[in-house]
Design a protein around this ligand. Structure first.
Ligand code: ADP
Ligand code: ASP
Ligand code: MG
Length: 417
């Protein structure tokens, strides 16, 4: 007997037929004698619809009311799954975020979970009742509903798993695991049997949207073994469990991975914009004068490149922000022109970031130069480069994203043979 968290994403609960399939997955685990907490997303497309409605109601809507609206999708799917399970004779009930005390901070639209009280859940699980929890939602200190950012049900699931001390958090989705790159772009991508927390964190934050970044952070901090698998599998098929490694991807501690690959995966993100400041006066405090106000406005700056000044008087600075922050960042820089002397400002959102990730890079040289050569041979110009111990990211013209991903995927021999 084990205590499990099972999370089902939007496509997995897209209609009543699929909810029925999800219920059979849950029933199987209950029959096996497990204590089961389920976390659900809204039915596919529902959250998008609710977001659109808020925007249509008012462009400058109140973030607290936005959360009240967009959290609603999960309430529907949680209730529906409970009804279907009850119809199958399984003891189940739904829980909204506030009912199990999912406390968050008050960053509406992108709140962070601060605490989940496990008592009530543990009591009901102990009585053999399945808990169906609405993902994506929580409660701010002032009692207002919050949401955790798009894709946030993954985070709800891992946080519940950590709170109730679950043996594993199973993330059921529309792919049968984590692949070497997005299988929608590269059909030759391969499913990975195991991925280290740290690699998954890089993959998620560099654009692999299979798991929300925050969920991987939480899994890493709390050591939650997270297993990504397909909800479209036959629920009644004999279960081999994560130990068998034929049905999904285990995100786990690096020590559990015997064969460490040099490169584990390729990620990409088109959610990038680049801003270049030309001939900025070159004196101490200039970088702080530019990036300080951006940070104060909550604009996240990612890659930064500053050239060595040729004449000691002026330098060029290029940096990237998300496309959502692009206009705001350009406006802010424009305001700064009165304080920081610069010749010109230009920006473009036609850029993409492509990244090569792998813990094996720590102990191997030459991974980066191989990537640069391969991109050059395809005529792809690299605009910016950043690296860490386990990743290399390049910024390129967005039109070449798919070509770059495919090229890098094949040179590190990640293609299926
Ligand atoms: P859910 O609705 O279940 O949360 P998501 O759409 O959020 O599902 O995440 C699953 C999707 O993530 C897949 O359909 C796939 O296209 C995409 N994806 C991106 N990168 C990867 C990757 N490296 N491995 C697997 N899936 C990936
Ligand atoms: N329904 C939310 C979204 O679409 C949360 C999730 O699916 O994880 O972003
Ligand atoms: Mg998701």
């Amino acid at each position: 007997m084990a205590r499990l968290v099972m999370k089902f994403g939007g496509t997995s609960v897209a209609d009543l037929e699929r909810i029925g399939n999800v219920a059979r997955h849950v029933a199987r685990e209950v029959r096996a004698g497990n204590e089961v907490a389920v976390v659900v997303s809204a039915m596919a497309g529902e959250t998008d619809k609710l977001v659109q409605l808020c925007r249509a109601a008012s462009v400058l809507h109140d973030a607290r009311e936005y959360d009240t609206v967009v959290s609603a999708g999960e309430q529907v799917s949680a209730g529906l799954l409970a009804i279907v399970l009850q119809g199958m004779g399984v003891n189940a009930r739904s829980w909204l975020g506030w009912q199990i005390a999912v406390s968050t901070d008050s960053a509406h639209g992108a709140a962070r979970i601060t605490d989940i009280r496990p008592d009530i859940l543990l009591e009901r699980l102990g009585q053999g009742q399945v808990a169906i929890i609405a993902g994506f939602q929580g409660l701010a200190p002032d009692n207002r509903i919050t949401t955790l950012g798009r894709g946030g049900s993954d985070t709800s699931a891992v946080a519940v798993a950590a709170a109730i001390g679950a043996e594993r958090c199973d993330i059921y989705t529309d792919v049968d695991g984590v692949y070497t790159t997005d299988p929608r772009i590269v059909p030759q991508a391969q499913r990975l049997a195991k991925v280290a927390f740290e690699e998954m964190l890089e993959m998620a934050s560099l654009g692999s949207k299979v798991l929300q970044v925050r969920s991987v952070e939480l899994a890493m901090v709390h050591g939650v073994r997270t297993f990504v698998r397909s909800s479209f599998d036959d629920p009644e098929a004999p279960q081999t469990g994560e130990g068998n490694q034929t049905v999904g991807t285990l995100i786990c501690d690096e020590d559990e991975i015997v064969e460490k690959q040099l490169v584990t995966g390729i990620a990409y993100s088109k959610d990038e914009a680049k801003i270049t400041l030309r001939r900025v006066e070159d004196k101490p405090g200039v970088a702080a004068a530019i990036f300080g106000p951006l940070a104060d406005s909550g604009i996240n700056v990612d890659m930064i490149v500053q050239n060595i000044s040729e004449d000691g008087r002026a330098t060029d600075i290029t940096f990237t922000v998300t496309t959502a922050d692009f206009e705001r960042a350009m406006a802010l820089i424009d305001e700064l022109k009165s304080e920081v002397a610069m010749e010109s400002v230009s920006g473009s959102s036609d850029v993409a970031k492509v990244s090569v990730i792998g813990i094996g890079m720590r102990s191997h040289a030459g991974v980066a130069s191989q990537a640069f050569q391969a991109l050059a041979s395809r005529g792809i110009n690299i605009q910016l480069i950043t690296t860490s111990e386990i990743k290399i990211s390049v910024l390129i013209d967005a039109a070449y994203t798919e070509l770059a991903v495919r090229t890098l995927h094949s040179i590190y021999e990640l293609d299926k043979t």
